[in-house]
Design a binder for this molecule. Structure first.
Ligand code: FE2
Length: 306
């Protein structure tokens, strides 16, 4: 593990494989259960509830101790990123970093802002939503992380997410259910910021803490995770109709080949089923179409002019 404190980046060996990266492109999230140690989880709760005195390892340029105090007491207590124990055991946690390094390439940028999602339970579910400022597209320039510093079973209203909803606008009614990101203390959910989600309904009594922050790409994508020799970009399964093209485009972008990606439509690659007697036509074409991520996207972003 190499930690560059001055530039706020880390580098380490990637731990995810082709298959796991493709799963992230399909589902939009990875759950790491209970990876942060109990002492750090407890310290985090104590910090968030004001029981642990602040001990910042440095005062960032342009800020004063009064600023740090104000930030700590806000709903965005980003000063927790100045605490050595949090940096060492959560931000630089070995399993978390291996996954982030796989998805975001060399020299991952550490977060500068955290949101503290404190919920008083019991409470009804939140409405389903895509978070503010999400942008649909094949690029993965950052990922969002949820960190639960306490046991967060279903009764405590963990975040509920809809797998695959990071690709295009998705709507769900209040009664519709998703996948609950419940887990023991120290669990993290690494996910695409576009994914549809909500705070789940809770039935227990007490306070739920959750920290949300973004980690950033600082180098170009290059398929520098664990390459599986048997993984075949032509024949692997990318998903069903109207989905496979987006998943494959994202995977290609992560391989550093986003500009080469073309599809010819119909039953052509990247679509496939397991009833075929041969690989799909249309693989490796240099002419064809690209998925229209910007069509009816509803996110308010337009393509930059060429
Ligand atoms: Fe949200």
């Amino acid at each position: 593990m190499q930690y560059d404190k001055a530039n706020r980046t880390f580098d380490c060996d990637p731990t995810l494989t082709d298959t796991q990266i493709l799963d992230f492109c399909k589902n939009g999230y990875i759950i790491l259960e209970g990876v942060v140690d109990e002492e750090t989880n407890q310290r985090t709760c104590d910090y968030l509830e004001g029981r642990l005195p602040a001990n910042p390892s440095y005062i960032p340029k342009g800020l004063t101790t009064a600023d740090l105090e104000r930030i700590r007491n806000s709903h965005e207590p980003s000063t927790i990123f100045l605490e050595d124990w949090f940096v060492e055991n959560t931000l630089l946690n070995r399993e978390v970093c291996g996954a982030l390094r796989s998805l975001l390439g060399k020299n991952v940028g550490l977060p500068v802002l955290v949101s503290h999602h404190r919920a008083q339970c019991p409470s009804p579910p939140q409405g389903w939503h895509h978070d503010a400022d999400h942008v649909f597209g094949p690029e993965l320039n950052f990922v969002e992380v949820f960190y639960y510093p306490q046991d967060t079973p279903e009764e405590l209203g963990p975040t509920e997410i809809v797998p695959g909803s990071h690709i295009q606008p998705t709507h769900r009614g209040p009664e519709d259910r998703g996948v609950l990101s419940s887990g023991p203390a120290g669990s993290l959910i690494i996910h695409h910021q576009c994914i549809l989600h909500r705070k789940g309904p809770s039935t227990a009594t007490g306070t739920r803490h959750m920290l949300k922050y973004n980690c950033w790409r600082t180098s170009a994508p290059d398929r520098d995770w664990i390459v599986e020799p048997e993984f075949d970009l032509h024949t692997t399964y990318y998903g069903g109709h109207t989905t496979a093209r987006y998943v494959a485009h994202m995977f290609y972008w992560l391989c550093g080949k986003g500009d080469e990606f073309r599809v010819i439509g119909g039953q052509g690659w990247p679509w496939s089923t397991n009833n075929q007697i041969g690989p799909s036509y249309g693989y490796g074409k240099s002419e064809g179409y690209i998925p229209n991520w910007r069509y009816n996207n509803g996110d308010g972003y337009a393509d930059a002019p060429n």
